[in-house]
Design a protein around this ligand. Structure first.
Ligand SMILES: Cc1ncc(COP(=O)(O)O)c(C=O)c1O
Length: 381
């Protein structure tokens, strides 16, 4: 086992050297510091929280400014939903669709819940890989729908052939791309082949493609399935502002698909009322491409460092396309979790059926991960 010492010190030194050699890098570094200042102290509660896949950096400076600018007595007049209308129109414009292809919700969670309630029942069950994000499964259990759980395929990726092969008579297939917790991803050709096969063989089955982590996917690794959602009534995608946009506490998510499909989802379950500050924040974050580019780079650099750290120690982790990694620690996740918690680092919950070997670790800020890697090294020694 190699014990190379990794840390963000190397990155900082690299950036400082780069700064001397060119104004572009200098600008980038200054820019990064401004952004870091804006998120300072977000998780300053004594525990480094690497368990929920939220953004460690929170919203960007423009989004923070927009939230502050709209924090006034005017919140007393929040029933007139101007900002919510603007967000819905902004999303439609951004994705080149019409407003009735967009369904807003208070986080994407109500959409996940509503979809299972709309399309699954005791006879027409939910088909879901395991492990994956579990809200759809939990909802299916709550309403007594049939459930088919499928193991992951090679390299911990979702086995799309198996998912398609189980579509007959199913109410809905849940496909998280990139997947939580494994961080694996499927490219556009594989997604299209899968969707067309299911729609040819079992056109009554619905397909939910959850793209909550799409912004964090490695460059060129995936594309949105939006064109397929617009083409097929039985296909829809969901997105969240809780991850790369840093707005988990604002609770904003949305679905894109055909109007009659979205109507069935919202008729089945309350979508909540998006609040005006959340709407202002989400629209600003959606349009702030410069900050998103920074956030993606920051996450990718931290991810590479932390994955490298574990691989150097001899532990396997699939390439991640999200803001978390899934490491084969060859020990129960619960054991690793409680050992880390003794050092004030909280890592992810159990993900059956891999909870005896794998642990999901959300990626915090550079500072948080520097501390966390020291803790991991101690716990694994
Ligand atoms: C894959 C996936 N989908 C959906 C959600 C729900 O997020 P939210 O309700 O904050 O949009 C999460 C949250 O962790 C997630 O990981």
């Amino acid at each position: 086992m190699k014990t190379t010492r990794r840390g963000f010190g190397t990155i900082a030194i690299g950036a400082a050297v780069g700064a001397l050699s060119g104004p572009a890098l200098l600008g980038r570094k200054a820019h990064a510091q401004t952004r870091a200042d804006h998120s300072a102290g977000v998780y300053d509660n004594g525990i480094i929280q690497l368990n929920q896949n939220e953004s460690a950096r929170g919203p960007g400076p423009k989004t923070m400014d927009a939230i502050h600018a709209h924090t006034s007595k005017r919140v007393g007049r929040g029933y007139a939903p101007d900002h919510v209308n603007e967000l819905e129109q902004g999303l439609a414009d951004h994705y080149g669709v019409s407003r009735d292809n967009v369904q807003l919700a208070t986080g994407s969670t109500p959409l996940l819940q509503g979809a299972v309630r709309a399309f699954c029942n005791a006879e027409k069950g939910l088909v879901t890989p395991m492990p994956t994000y579990s809200t759809s499964l939990a909802t299916a259990r709550t309403i007594g729908a049939g459930i088919v759980e499928l193991p992951l395929g090679r390299d911990l990726g979702i086995d799309l052939d198996q998912l398609a092969a189980n579509a007959e008579g199913a109410g809905m297939l849940y496909f998280c791309n990139p997947n939580n917790p494994t961080g694996t991803v499927h490219g556009p050709a594989a997604v299209e082949t899968f969707v067309r096969r299911v729609m040819d063989e079992n056109p009554d089955t619905f397909i939910h493609i959850d793209e909550a982590y799409i912004y964090y996917a490695a460059e060129g690794a995936m594309e949105t399935a939006l064109p397929l959602a617009l083409e097929y009534e039985n296909v829809f995608i969901t997105r969240s502002f809780s991850k790369a946009h840093g707005l988990a506490g604002m609770r904003i998510g949305f679905a894109l698909g055909q109007p009659q499909t979205l109507r069935r989802i919202r008729d089945a379950w309350g979508m909540g009322d998006v609040n005006m500050l959340g709407a202002v924040a989400a629209l600003t974050a959606l349009q702030d491409e410069e900050h998103m580019a920074w956030e993606i780079r920051e996450n990718a650099e931290i991810r590479a460092e932390v994955v490298g750290f574990f691989r150097d120690l001899g532990y396997e982790a699939p390439d991640s396309n999200t803001n978390h990694i899934f490491v084969n620690l060859r020990m129960p996740a619960a054991q690793f979790r409680s050992a880390c918690l003794e050092h004030n680092v909280l890592v992810g919950r159990d993900f059956p059926p891999l909870e005896q070997s794998h642990c999901r670790i959300s990626l915090g800020s550079r500072e948080e991960m520097t501390v966390a890697m020291d803790v991991f090294r101690k716990v694994l020694a």
